[in-house]
Design a protein around this ligand. Structure first.
Ligand code: NAP
Length: 262
């Protein structure tokens, strides 16, 4: 089958969900630009994707916590003459702990990657897409976006930003035929939890999903032009309940749901 060279950019491509997005987009016929900090992991993944799917896969190592990283990434992609049709803004992380018990840089680092870099990249690529009159942007938030989470105060707030930002952009860009979709996964089986220093308790483990299932559902929602999606029935029920309960009660419930069994 002839390929029409549609390109997708995936941030956080070395992670569990990033890898799943890359596999799914390669199967959907996209050529890929993969980015993250770990160059060796990116190269290994690129080689594997090329051999399994036959498309073009290029890597660009970037630390998105650096203020100019998104602009430099965009310039490197432009310099290759690549036009990004789909952006998956997936890079992000959370670290469990009380705000006052954690170093200032660690808390601000989450804001840099989860909020500032995601906003910067979306701005850079959405402008091109709007000018061309087409494109797709998937923003990876979380069910954490729906309520305050003691122990993940900054992380949950950063994902609430992504959800509100994405819904607004969905409407702003619809006229320009650019689709913006926010995906809000619940607990997913990826290295996220080990990096967060968190062992899931029984309640959270019961709703754990695979990254492949989350990626498929999220990309289906993107190409169906939905404004947002919460993968998994249990996660949808949990987010629906947040519409009915006061935030003080939600914060209490979230602190039990997200308690660390370590
Ligand atoms: N797993 C879950 O339960 C879950 C649930 C809801 C939402 N999410 C969200 O899903 C997204 C992907 O997470 P995941 O679960 O796949 O976790 P993960 O395996 O830890 O992946 C995180 C990815 O982000 C990249 N990253 C982190 N800091 C970065 C930085 N400064 N610059 C560039 N890249 C950076 C990492 O790559 P390098 O370390 O190589 O840079 C890695 O590829 C995140 O936004 C997360 O908040 C996860």
């Amino acid at each position: 089958m002839a390929r029409d060279h549609r390109w997708a950019l995936i941030t956080g491509a070395t992670g569990g969900l990033g890898r799943a997005f890359a596999g799914s987009l390669a199967r959907r016929g996209y050529d890929l630009v993969l980015t993250a900090r770990n160059g060796d992991a990116l190269e290994a993944m690129a080689a594997d994707l090329r051999s399994r799917h036959g498309g073009q896969v290029i890597v660009n190592v970037a630390d998105l916590a650096e203020p100019e990283a998104c602009l430099q990434l965009k310039q490197a992609i432009d310099a290759r003459g690549i036009v990004i049709e789909t952006l998956v803004a997936n890079a992000g992380y959370g670290i469990q702990g009380r705000l006052v018990a954690r170093p200032r840089e660690a808390e601000l680092g989450m804001v840099e990657v989860n909020v500032r870099a995601l906003t910067d990249l979306t701005h850079l690529f959405a402008r091109d897409m709007a000018e061309r009159g087409g494109g797709h942007i998937l923003l990876v938030a979380s069910t954490a976006a729906y309520q305050p989470i003691p122990g993940y105060a900054v992380y949950a707030a950063s994902k609430a930003y992504v959800l509100a930002f994405g819904h607004a952009l969905h409407r702003e860009l619809a006229r320009r035929k650019v689709v913006v979709t926010v995906t809000c996964p619940g607990p997913t089986e990826t290295p996220f939890w080990e990096r967060a220093g968190h062992r899931l308790n029984r309640m959270a483990s019961a709703v754990l999903m695979t990254p492949d299932a989350v990626a498929e559902i999220s990309l289906d929602a993107l190409y169906a032009a939905r404004s947002s999606v919460v993968p998994g029935l249990a996660n949808r029920l949990i987010t629906l309940s947040t519409r009915l309960l006061p935030r003080s009660l939600l914060a209490l419930g979230a602190s039990y749901f997200m308690s660390n069994s370590k």
